[in-house]
Design a binder for this molecule. Structure first.
Ligand SMILES: C[S@@+](CC[C@H](N)C(=O)[O-])C[C@H]1O[C@@H](n2cnc3c(N)ncnc32)[C@H](O)[C@@H]1O
Length: 204
């Protein structure tokens, strides 16, 4: 599946995204700021910011840059930031596989319900690491392939189908960490049945 396909899928979701995926993932989004360990004037990058559902949950004394591939999703995020009078938020159209920021530009990086959406998650995580300062915090809120043999097989089986509608279910956290040189600092279940995880990593 190509980046262009994903862009089209999310452009078509933009008017209904909050209705479909707002409440159902909110408990994870609420955990994000806590795990990020934010401090005054911290520079936070949110990759795949979407319609900006995390923005109201983040403190106003930090500098937030939100990037997304989909102009439709970004437009909703811009409307949200404007209606909340958020002066500390910059929203940019960017492909996370090529972030166009200098190395070590950010103290913190958040990927909320995002990393299983991209066609090349390893490349995207390497970009997230590159733009994050050494010792900075990277947080993923995501579904990862279950370690349970039956559930893990099911995750693999229905993944191609799910990917047609914008996300995969067979992203393996252990393999992703190994391939990118990241290590899990903390991990906790979020949302339904514990299949979704909040994963906190410290950038080496
Ligand atoms: C499932 S949504 C998550 C949105 C938001 N983070 C949330 O919590 O609801 C995934 C978002 O990632 C964006 N996306 C997918 N691939 C991308 C890429 N390569 N670069 C930047 N954004 C991308 C999509 O356009 C979409 O807005």
């Amino acid at each position: 599946m190509s980046v262009e396909y994903i862009e089209r899928v999310y452009n078509s979701y933009s008017n209904v995204y909050d209705f479909l995926f707002g409440k159902v993932f909110q408990s994870g989004r609420e955990l994000g700021p806590e795990l990020l360990d934010l401090f005054a004037d911290a520079r936070l990058l949110e990759v795949g910011v979407g319609t900006g559902l995390s923005l109201p949950l983040l403190p106003r004394n930090i500098h937030i840059t939100g990037v997304d591939l989909s102009e439709g999703m970004l437009e909703k995020a811009r409307q949200r930031a404007a209606s909340l009078h958020l002066k500390n938020v910059k929203l940019l159209k960017r492909d996370a596989t090529q972030l166009e920021f200098a190395d070590h530009s950010f103290d913190r990086v958040l990927a909320a319900y995002f990393i299983s959406v991209v066609p090349d998650p390893v490349r995207v995580v390497l970009e997230m690491k590159r733009v994050c300062k050494p010792g900075g915090v990277i947080v993923f809120l995501n579904h990862f392939q279950s370690e349970h043999p039956v559930m893990g097989t099911l995750d693999k089986l229905w993944s191609p189908l799910c990917y047609r509608i914008g996300f995969r279910t067979d992203l393996n956290l252990r393999k992703l960490m190994d391939a990118t040189g990241l290590k899990v600092d903390t991990i906790e279940p979020i949302g339904m049945f514990g299949h979704w995880k909040a994963v906190r990593c410290i950038n080496p």
